[in-house]
Every structure is written in structure tokens, then in C-alpha cells.
Design a protein around this ligand. Sequence first.
Ligand code: ADP
Ligand code: MG
Length: 453
Amino acid sequence: MIKLNQLWNNVLIEVQSKVTTLTYDVYISNLEPVGVYNDTLILLAQSPALKRIVNEHHKELLKQATSTVFPTITEVKIVLEAELKDIDKLEKEVDIPVSKENFFEDIEQSSFVENYTFDNFIVGKSNQHAAAVCKAVAEVPGGKYNPLFIHSGVGLGKTHLLHAIGNYVKKNHPEMKTIYTTSEKFTNELIEAVRSGTKDPDATKKFRNKYRSVDLLMIDDIQFLANTEVTLEEFFHTFNDLYMANKQIVICSDRPPKEINIEERLRTRFAMGVISSINPPDFETRIAILQKKAINFHAQVSMDVLKIIADRCKTNVREMEGLLNRIISQAMLVGGDYNDMSVVYQALDDYGDDQQEILSIEKIVDATCEYFRVSKEAMVGKKKNKGIAYPRQIAMYLARELLTVPLESIGEYFGGRHHTTIMYARDIISDQIKTNSNTASQVKDIKDKILKR
Ligand code: ADP
Ligand code: MG
């Protein structure tokens, strides 16, 4: 049996890789699963506008995504609150076969976000070099620009460009095998393969075959590649095999190779080909990006509104998109017009509040657990071995640094520890940050994740 929320989460993961953030945040994530009725998944929309738009533009995709993950569910129905009573016997737990259970299923090809193309990528001074080399790589993979390394702050278009390469190659060189992955996914798959090695001796072989037989390998957010011997070793050999065979490698990161905390032999390899960086876009480029987003979204947003958004977000395009989507959502919620300034300001106000709310001790602990791959129970539990004590101290340090809650409350959260324990953790980690570059970069990585930078 699978719970409805679990089912929906799986569908969301599937959908997320196929739509833009804007569509996902404004429409898809605002649907709520209410049950399964025969072979139909019923989703609740909060407003008639949302129901209409999803029915018109996104229903096919939802249907496909649902049946990909759960083959027995072949229909999706969007309903309003008032229509719920007409449907009797909604099932909240469903006993259905799940099709996606193994990691190696997508072995052949990655799929790419349809909208992340070169055509939809606005080029300005800040990104023209990166856009040009990506285009060149897409035209001739394994040519002059290999490996290609792109770095920039968060939300400046790296992932978009990787998908653009993917979309282009898929269309123009359909015979090529192309994989896009994140360093986290790479790490997780490897761990999974090694772990299942006892049951399935071929697991690591399959993993190797998957990555070493591609024509184009794109790895996103390489700074999160686990700093463990197994992962580094595997990645090193994958890299070498592909490189020696003139296969294209594209790597993205939030910092240049020389600042990545990784063994030297890998760092040198990253820097072997072309390195390109993306800077925050200037005002004109920001406006052009917003115009493009609005058009793709079938929304006629006025220049006044676009200027307000472009003024507000200067260093992160994703944030700019987030604001645009807030304004459109807000208008939909109150049944108003997104060019109406009172709607716009209301949306901007809420935006500020949310940023505050985002940070909680929970979030810090979750991010730290994920980073070190330890469980939350262990984190707030009593064990004191080094494997858990160190991540715990880092989480305590971050809680102290990022939140304004009293030491006592942090202590309370970590299984009722005394406030001096929190102070001790804070002191010890802040000392280590100064003396140990490994700790410094771990703390930075986790912090970046928490603050989504
Ligand atoms: P990064 O991977 O660098 O963190 P993303 O590629 O995820 O950033 O970009 C964040 C969002 O901003 C995406 O929705 C992307 O389409 C958009 N974006 C960034 N730069 C541009 C651009 N030059 N033109 C159009 N959209 C852009
Ligand atoms: Mg990215």
C-alpha cells in the first residue's frame, strides 16, 4: 500500500524534471491530491482559474507523469472543493504497483526540461561567453571545448544551459547518448550500487557501463560530489575514460575549480579544457529575461511590474522568476489582475515574510543530515561517536549562527542538551573553520544549501 502523499510526491518528482520552475511553483505545486477513484487520481485546485489553466495546459503532462510512475493510474481529474462531495469513496491509500523502483532505469538517456533551450536563454554581457561555448559544445560534442567547466553563483543559468545542450543534442544528434546528472545523484547511485553489490554482483558494473558509455556527460553542482574515496575514485576513472575517448564532459559548479575542495588530480582535470563563468545580468538583460519568462507563461505583464522585479533582484535570476511567479499566483488567488500595483505590492510583502520563515532549526538539521548522510534520530540522539558528533556540532554551530533563537531552545531541540554544549559546539567549529579548510568548506556547502544560494 502506498499513501496518497507518497504517490503525489513521486508524481511531482517526475513532473518537476519536465516543466519550468515557474509552471511548477505557480500551478503544479498548488494542486493537492485528494484521492484515487478507480483509475483516476483526483487533484484539488484552490481556484477556478487554477483548474482551468491546469486543464488547458498541463493535464496531459500530469497524466503521463502519473502513469509513468504508477501504470495503473491512467487518468487525472482536477476538481474544486465544491465538486468533491460528488465523488464518493475516495481512496487515501492505494495498493498499486510502482514502476520506478530501480536506479538504473533511465540508463539510456536523460530527459530535459523542454523550456530550457538556447532560444529561451537571454544572452547579455554577463553570460555571452558561457552561452557561446555551450552552443559550440552542443554543435560539436567532444570537439574543441572539452572538458567544459562553467561556474557562477546560484540562479544564473548553469542548469538551464546544461539542459539547453541536452535538448539541442537530442534533436540534432539523436544517435548520441547523453546523460545529465547532479553530483549528488551520481554519488547516491554509486552508493546504492556498492550496497546492492552483495545481492547483485553486476550492480557496480551496470553503474560503470551507464556512465562510461556516454557521448556526452553533464554533471551539475560538482561541488557536492561526496568527498569519499570510493566516489572520487569512480568519478576520476569515469572522467578519464570519457576524456580519452574524446567524449564530451560538461561540469557546473558554484565556484571555480581552484576553489573546490577536492583532490588535486581532479581539480587539474576540471581545469584542463575551457572554463567559463557567468556573472549577474545587468538591468536590461534582467528585463529581457523577465519578458521572455512572462511570454512563455502566456502572461502579459506590464513593463512597470517587470521593472519593479528587476530592481528588487539583482544577483539571482531564479529569485527574479520566483517574484514574478508570486505576483501571478497572488493575482490568481485574489482573482485580481497581476498588473494591478496593489496586488504586486501584496505579493512582494509576503515574499519578504517567507524569506524569514524559511529558516528554522528543522531546516538546518535536515540539510546537515543530508550532507553527512546521517539520520535525524542519530542527530538529536545520545550517541557520541565521531561519525555523529561532528555533524551534530556543525548543525549546532549553524543553528547558533543563522537563527536568533536562544541557546536553550537549540539545546532543547538536540535531545534536551545543556546550553553550554551548544556554546562549546559553536566555539569548536568556528575554530576549526579558521584552521581546517575541509571544515570551512563543509560548513559553507551546508549553509549555501540552507540559504539556497
Ligand atoms: P543555476 O543552475 O546557475 O543555479 P538555473 O539554470 O537553475 O541556475 O537558473 C535559474 C532560473 O533562471 C531558471 O529558471 C533559468 O531558466 C533562469 N535563467 C537564468 N539565466 C537566464 C537567462 N539568461 N535567460 C533566461 N532564463 C534564465
Ligand atoms: Mg543549477
